[in-house]
Design a protein around this ligand. Sequence first.
Ligand SMILES: *Cc1c(COP(=O)(O)O)cnc(C)c1O
Length: 342
Amino acid sequence: MSARVEVDLEKFAANLRRIRETVAPASHMLVVKDDAYGHGLPALVSRAVAEHVEWFGAFDVSTALEVRVHGGEGPRVLAWTVYDDSDIDAAMDASLELGIGDSALLARVIARARARGLSARVHLKIDTGLHRNGFRVEEWTQAVAQARDAAAAGLLRIVGVWSHIAEASESEDDAARAAFLDAAAALPEAPVMRHLAASAAAFARPEFRFDLVRIGAYAYGIRPEGGPPDAELGIRPIATLFGTVVQIDGEQAVLDVGSLDGLDSRLAGRLEVGTPEGPRALLAVTATAARVAGWPGARVGDDVALFGGRAPSSATDAAELVGTIGEQLVLRISPRLPRRYC
Ligand SMILES: *Cc1c(COP(=O)(O)O)cnc(C)c1O
């Protein structure tokens, strides 16, 4: 074989079960932005549906439509980035839900619903301090009134109130939670679902779970920098980046994966990789190749696990060697490298 990303769908299913147990009775929205964090959206959405995941979080509408294609009509799918009116129309046609955090967009959604004689399902987003869109606190009362009027006219259904938090410091998160609760109090009625937490807060802080948690990283077995160890969390990395030996050069084995494939060249001299004879040093990374310290009996065609679940270092551990986060290391892997599922 040649360089590839292998994704273990059994470990993925186990992570999903672990998340479900941890956050219950809250529901798990599986976040699948960036091609399911580089793991390949189609296979992961299909498996997640088979594992009874009922909510997907999809960044933009085109990703949400992909979830519909691979996950069917059953799941609820939230997109929180809308580029133009055709996104709004597509969302209504495919029964997607839209995360709305500004009044111009809210007005456009209402206008499209009126023009089409349809009703849009929206989750209103309050900015609780991250300033990554969301209605500002001083805009909130007006936004809720605007949405309620449209709901009364049958143009909207307000199905959620949500926000996104930094998950970097407990005190900032606590302040964000208090602001969130104030905002949510304006919409106490069912079926308005409240959701605030992503991976880290959903696991560490039960009072952040509310009705729904939006988890990406932990589902893929990627933990945030400085987070608790995987064993403590009960999650495992599902992907492994493999290279194969294409040449033996003296005491070194040359692999068919380089920085153009997304292997961070700063890992050279820092990372131990998994060879058939155990861990060896990654010596160099060029644009198209990597060099690894040789091992007895090394042969062209041998597999070497660079990082991930079946390598000595997880993506998160490898990332920490070069001062980044596991998610970045995984997202950098080129989409041209094949994903294989086992
Ligand atoms: C990416 C994202 C998440 C998931 O975050 P993880 O830390 O990967 O679990 C949740 N909510 C929003 C709005 C996001 O953009």
